[in-house]
Unconditional design. Structure first.
Length: 144
């Protein structure tokens, strides 16, 4: 025979489970058209770089669109060569960088664009005398 205590425990368990499922299924709101003013984006200073995180959010067609801008000190790399599932574009704003692409190191300057394909080893290092600043655009496709 079920007691009032058994029913109460079961009700709490069901409510907790539904809350966890609802939280797991909730998504960040879809990003709409916007303007992001360079001067209003906070700068996070790390050991080897400074980063401005402009946005990282789902869009109508992507699970996530992300843009950040990194500034590296001369001689520094943001991190060791790595690979990841998402593709990304790197657009050099200022300075000279050495990019690892397809197993080759290439030097490029302002206005240059680097495309890092999915799961291909890549990296970037400031080889100039001054700061190197570049925009990084990442996207994750919506799974259908």
């Amino acid at each position: 025979m079920l007691t009032r205590r058994d029913i109460s425990v079961a009700a709490v368990a069901v409510a907790a489970t539904l809350s966890v499922v609802a939280f797991a299924e909730s998504k960040a709101p879809i990003m709409h058209s916007a303007i992001f003013d360079w001067n209003e984006i906070p700068v996070k200073h790390e050991e080897v770089r400074s980063v401005r995180q402009f946005f990282q959010a789902p869009t109508a067609t992507l699970d996530e669109l992300e843009l950040h801008v990194s500034t590296l000190k001369p001689g520094d790399t943001s991190h060791a060569p790595h690979r990841h599932l998402n593709e990304e574009l790197v657009i050099v704003k200022e300075g000279t960088v050495e990019a690892l692409v397809n197993g080759e190191l290439k030097r490029v300057g302002p206005g240059s664009v680097i495309f890092n394909a999915s799961n291909e080893l890549h990296g970037i290092r400031n080889v100039g005398d001054g700061p190197a600043t570049y925009h990084v655009i990442n996207w994750k496709e919506r799974r259908r």
